[in-house]
Design a protein around this ligand. Sequence first.
Ligand SMILES: C[S@@+](CC[C@H](N)C(=O)[O-])C[C@H]1O[C@@H](n2cnc3c(N)ncnc32)[C@H](O)[C@@H]1O
Length: 353
Amino acid sequence: MIVKEGIARISVPDSYSRKGPGTRSAGFYNSAQHINRDLTIMALSVLKPKNYLDGFGATGVRAVRVVAELGIQSSISEINPASLRIIRENLEANKVSATIYGEPFQSVVLKGLYEFIDIDPYGSAVPYLDAGLAAVKNGGYLGITATDLSVLTGSVPSKTRRRYGAFIANDDHRHEAGIRLMLADVVRRAATMDRYVTPILSFWHGHFYRIIVRVRNGSQKADRSLDLISTMNFREMYSDFYEDIDQGPVWKGDIEDASIISKFLENPPEHVSATSVDFASRLAGENASFMFYEMADAARSLGVNLPRVNELVDYLSETGSRAYRTHFSTTGIKFTGSWQQFIDAFLSVSGHA
Ligand SMILES: C[S@@+](CC[C@H](N)C(=O)[O-])C[C@H]1O[C@@H](n2cnc3c(N)ncnc32)[C@H](O)[C@@H]1O
């Protein structure tokens, strides 16, 4: 059957996945990743790389859209012969061209100096990170999708330790912790190659995380980026309500480039959906603080009901500190003030001051 996404019409198997992780099959297409592809198109519209490698083609939807919507020269790698046939059909049907390699991503990255390499495999991106980080052009970008969220959020601690060398508590903060764990892994791997990484975009949506990072050469900057990776302890950061547990190591630097996000929000590419633009507009405040304050925890620790989130955000913003909603939790707030200021405001807004 044919599905419409962006400007593209894509031939997909009739059994394609409308939500969740989807089942693995030739021409794998997951409509739940539409937002991932839209935000990639938005970022590419500002980053303007000279070329793009869709490293895990499946239907080729990413490259088809990148060529058709942005005119960026693209290549696709894919190892499944049936998927390769579908990719060829989709390129032809959309009247666009891209170089197709029926070879593993790991060898295709060595073929050219790619300025944007998209890593979107089934499950964990870990097996492909070193190949992408080593091959991408100096100053180029990696887009990385991870669907191993149970590992990144610590729901099976032994797996988190094995794959990422870390501990994550799997509490209400787990998705920001998981993204920061993923970033720590990428930063460390880049540093082994005397390269350093700057996050452009980082988000969680449903069953996946997506990050886009810039990769540059520089051993001193790589050293400095390693200084931004360490453990976090909510008891030390917030209050005695939390257990005295060291989580991580996680990335403590910025997780996005707000100027790039505002550029693509000012002028979103024509074919991205309004839902994706709205979602992207909710990412703008994520750098305001390292981790967010969780209102549900404050309510539990004080034994009072939750006030309205927007009311608390407005109140906190009036204290002279910055406050934003976070996309990592419906009751989470990024706030530059202290836990005590947060609690005082919480009590005032909920009528318990
Ligand atoms: C999750 S799907 C990709 C989805 C696609 N990027 C999209 O946005 O719809 C993963 C694809 O990667 C292919 N694949 C698996 N290992 C690969 C490798 N080492 N190199 C290239 N492709 C690979 C699989 O056959 C599958 O089609």
